[in-house]
Design a protein around this ligand. Structure first.
Ligand SMILES: Nc1ncnc2c1ncn2[C@@H]1O[C@H](COP(=O)(O)OS(=O)(=O)O)[C@@H](OP(=O)(O)O)[C@H]1O
Length: 622
């Protein structure tokens, strides 16, 4: 054999070639140990147990035994795996391979060549042992190979799942079997989701679940530039931070307040997006809205109490005034429909059809737990993903003098925790007659509520009432369990100023106290993180996600003055706009804008006939 051929061959293991399984020549068989060596070798060829299996895998294989290292060192000097070459010859020739570029230093390189040959000899021996199955039974090597393949596949799948966002985060109690809930079959979790966040319907609690799920699964949110997606203007795709044209960027979840506009939403969200929303009884919704937007909606501002407003809404309501959508058919408005249209059944049915065509599920706030079970099955989510603590709740004091449900509102506790000022809360009590008047005033919403309520229960029937009861019971148990683990005082909601951690104080609206939660002290890190996600208020959560998605650009700071925030509802002012703001009147909770100032999303505002509008707007609700 020529040196050049050998130098090429030297890098190959002769035993990995067919010669390994069926040594072709005498020198190989010469390396076989003697019978007594074989008997004393616990790793002898085709050792016990694996023999038959290996035989089947390598039917033509001649038994080859592991050479004894000592015999190799002694006898190997004269024998080599390369036919016709002793190991000494091989060593000398290998040395010549190494010497080729170093002819000027023959001694130095002869030593190196000798070392290299030693190394090769050792490596060949190890490989021969490994590959030829001399060390351990063959089945063991097969099992090892299978194990490595599984680990590799697992890693690969992990990378894929991490990318598509269905790799669950590791938690403590959150990773217990109870967290999964009853089986969902073989469905795949939805991760293209559009939630129309209607106002005063428990939508912040739902949004929190979406935030949690998205954060835990590294999904990308279609976040607003400020805190709402252009509300109350119809949604426009350019309101989404990071939007660069139809489907250029993959967004998974969209859920901040917007006035729905299907065509524009479809520019942002993928075609297989699951659309859902939530509605609430319009009387309860108006009560919540009145308490919350008393000083934001001109129609509410003029009325002393909700009863007064209900008695004669037309006396207070001007359809041209901005923010009056909070006072009439707010659901209809949020779905992008004309909330000031005169009611007719035909019109209402058309609206309902439009909504049904897009929204695969419409939840009902009054049946929140049943809604969560339907949602979990529709999205193929584990139980924990839909377990929540009620967010954005008003403080309610027991009724006085037989009047039901008086909501107590004092001047907002500062977001920074300032003591509340004593204020007369608006009277929210209603007679049955006034409730009926409110249904008529909000006839379009009332129609929607009845229609979707009916189909909601049809859906529950299809799901199975018994199964629903079982799953709702599990959901409640899980919520109670998590409340005991996560929350101080067993989960009683508390006023913002009592929450020690300022970062999780909910923002406040003018007249009402919005309650939040405190974490149980002493939780381990993983549990604390998961618990914190469940109670982190909407504004802070949006900022956090924003900073994760856009690490370089600091998010717009949430205004510290709660008066400027109709707590997640009214449009927020950007900091520069706030400087120019000049409140009309001295009442806390009044939020007004000067002509020429900018709204939270940067739109210029002008005043026309007593109506504050955006530069290109009409002044009426769009
Ligand atoms: N789980 C659950 N079940 C039933 N109701 C709930 C739930 N979570 C929140 N809420 C009530 O929803 C009201 C707040 O609604 P939103 O979060 O949609 O308000 S906002 O538009 O985002 O400001 C607010 O209603 P009011 O307290 O009547 O104002 C909350 O108490």
């Amino acid at each position: 054999m020529k040196d050049s051929e050998l130098c090429g061959e030297i890098s190959k293991c002769p035993e990995t070639s067919p010669s390994c399984s069926s040594p072709p020549s005498a020198p190989s068989s010469d390396l076989r140990p003697s019978a007594d060596q074989q008997a004393g070798d616990p790793h002898g060829a085709e050792p016990g147990g694996g023999g038959a299996e290996a035989e089947a895998a390598f039917p033509a294989r001649t038994p080859v035994t592991r050479p004894d290292p000592s015999s190799l060192s002694v006898r190997g000097a004269a024998r080599s795996p390369w036919p016709g070459l002793t190991l000494d010859q091989l060593q000398r020739r290998t040395a010549r391979c190494s010497e080729l570029p170093a002819a000027a230093h023959p001694h130095r390189y002869r030593h190196r060549a000798r070392d290299a040959a030693m190394f090769i000899r050792l490596t060949a021996r190890i490989l021969r042992r490994l590959v030829c199955g001399r060390v351990g039974p063959l089945w063991m090597w097969k099992a090892l190979l299978l194990f490595v393949a599984i680990v590799f596949a697992g890693q690969l799948l992990g990378v894929i799942f991490n990318r598509s966002g269905v790799q669950p985060a590791v938690h403590s109690i959150f990773s217990s079997p109870d967290a999964q809930g009853p089986s969902l079959g073989s469905c795949q979790p939805h991760n293209h989701i559009m939630f129309l966040k209607t106002h005063k319907t428990a939508s912040s609690t739902v949004l929190n679940m979406l935030y949690r799920f998205g954060e835990e699964h590294n999904l990308r949110f279609a976040l607003p530039l400020g805190y709402q997606l252009g509300y109350p203007l119809p949604f426009n795709a350019h309101r989404v931070k990071g939007y660069r044209g139809p489907r250029v960027v993959e967004f998974h979840i969209m859920g901040n307040h917007m006035r729905f506009n299907k065509m524009e939403v479809e520019k942002v969200m993928p075609a297989d997006t699951f659309y859902f929303s939530i509605i609430r009884d319009p009387v309860a919704l108006t009560e919540s809205s009145f308490a919350y937007y008393k000083e934001v909606a001109p129609a509410f501002r003029k009325a002393k109490g909700l009863g007064e407003f209900a008695d004669d809404p037309n006396k207070y309501y001007d359809p041209r005034l901005r923010n009056n959508q909070y006072a009439r058919n707010l659901l209809w408005f949020d779905f992008g429909l004309d909330h000031n249209a005169n009611f007719s059944v035909a019109l209402a049915q058309r609206g309902e059809d439009l909504i049904r065509r897009t929204f695969k599920l419409v939840l009902i706030s009054e049946y929140f737990d049943q809604s969560m079970i339907l949602l979990r099955h529709a999205l193929c989510w584990p139980l924990d993903a839909v377990v929540s603590f009620s967010l954005n709740a008003r403080q309610q004091k027991p009724s006085v003098g037989g009047v039901s449900g008086i909501w107590m509102g004092k001047a907002a506790a500062g977001a920074g925790g300032g003591r509340p000022q004593a204020r007369t809360p608006p009277n929210l009590s209603l007679t049955e007659d006034q409730r009926e008047k409110l249904r008529q005033w909000n006839a379009l919403d009332w129609y929607l509520y009845k229609a979707f309520n009916r189909t909601f229960w049809e859906e529950v029937d299809r799901f199975g009432r018994k199964q629903m009861e079982r799953e709702v019971a599990l959901l409640k148990m899980r919520r109670e369990h998590l409340a005991r683990v996560c929350l101080r005082d067993g989960g009683k909601p508390v006023e913002a100023h009592r929450i020690r951690d300022k970062n999780i104080r909910p923002f406040q609206s003018g007249f009402v106290r919005i309650l939040g939660y405190e974490l149980e002290p002493g939780l381990d890190n993983a549990t604390r993180m998961s618990c914190l996600r469940m109670i982190r208020p909407e504004i802070q959560y949006k900022d956090l996600l924003d900073s994760k998605q856009f690490p370089q650009v600091p998010p717009i700071q949430a205004p510290q003055n709660p008066m400027l925030l109709a707590a997640g509802a009214g449009p927020f002012l950007r900091p520069e706009a706030r400087k120019k703001e000049k409140p009309v009147g001295s009442e806390i909770g009044v939020r007004t804008m000067e002509e020429g100032s900018k709204d939270w999303d940067g739109s210029r505002l002008v005043r026309r006939n007593q109506t504050v509008v955006r530069g290109s707007g009409t002044g009426r609700s769009p």
